[in-house]
Design a protein around this ligand. Structure first.
Ligand code: TYD
Length: 212
């Protein structure tokens, strides 16, 4: 039985998800809140291997449905092996991407349909959805200019897509945010401290953080 809260972080490239995650971790450490922080696709050995297959730049022939199935498979193993045990132990689980990424990237952008991709994922997640999903929203122009400044960042196959792709990603997330109350839109064009403040405010508002 689930006892801890589950938070997922979502957003397009350059939205500052990683930086916010680092700040959040510092914050939780400072307040002695028990948590685990993990990422998708990956988080456990088998899922990290699936991640390598999915993100390999040489795999240009990968079929869309194959990709969707691999993401769902990685997700399933990660949930069973790492996320569910942590939730049962009463820990806060922070997920860097979760099922919404599949709904957007495979369902909406690649055109397999959000409902279809949700049904496929339902087999993997069995109704386990986050208590809150933070969507870091910013224009593709701002996102891409941030990425290009950060030369050390690993560039993966999906990063190589063009700007219209990023526009479509944003469009999809905003549709999802309208549809689901659990999704909170964070203005990620603001300076990082202000982005982080919005995150803390949302988590307090949802009763996930209640320290002084
Ligand atoms: P990653 O380097 O982790 O990207 P980011 O730092 O932006 O989170 O690569 C993950 C990529 O995989 C990212 O482009 C989004 C994509 N993705 C999907 O297409 N479907 C999914 O279900 C997930 C979890 C990720």
């Amino acid at each position: 039985m689930k006892k801890g809260y589950m938070i997922s972080l979502e957003g397009g490239e350059g939205a500052g998800k990683t930086t916010v995650l680092e700040l959040l971790i510092k914050y939780l450490d400072g307040h002695n809140i028990e948590y685990i922080s993990t990422r998708e696709p990956g988080g456990v050995n088998i899922s990290e291997k699936i991640r390598d297959i999915i993100l390999d730049k040489e795999h240009t022939e990968m079929d869309g449905r194959t990709e969707a199935l691999l993401f769902a498979a990685a997700r399933r193993q990660h949930l069973v092996q790492k996320v569910i045990p942590a939730l049962e132990a009463g820990k806060l689980v922070i997920m860097d991407r979760y099922v919404d990424s599949s709904l957007i990237y495979q369902g909406y952008v690649r055109g397999m349909g959000m409902d279809e991709v949700f049904d496929l994922n339902q087999f993997a997640i069995e109704d386990l959805l986050p208590d809150v999903t933070l969507y870091f929203d910013l224009s593709p122009q701002v996102g891409l200019s941030r990425i290009n400044k950060d030369k050390n960042r690993e560039v993966n196959r999906l990063d190589l897509e063009k700007e219209s792709f990023h526009q479509k990603v944003r469009e999809g997330y905003l549709i999802l945010a309208e549809k689901f109350d659990r999704i909170e839109v964070i203005n990620a064009e603001k300076p990082i401290e202000q982005v982080f403040d919005q995150v803390i405010e949302v988590l307090r508002g949802k009763g996930i953080l209640n320290e002084q």
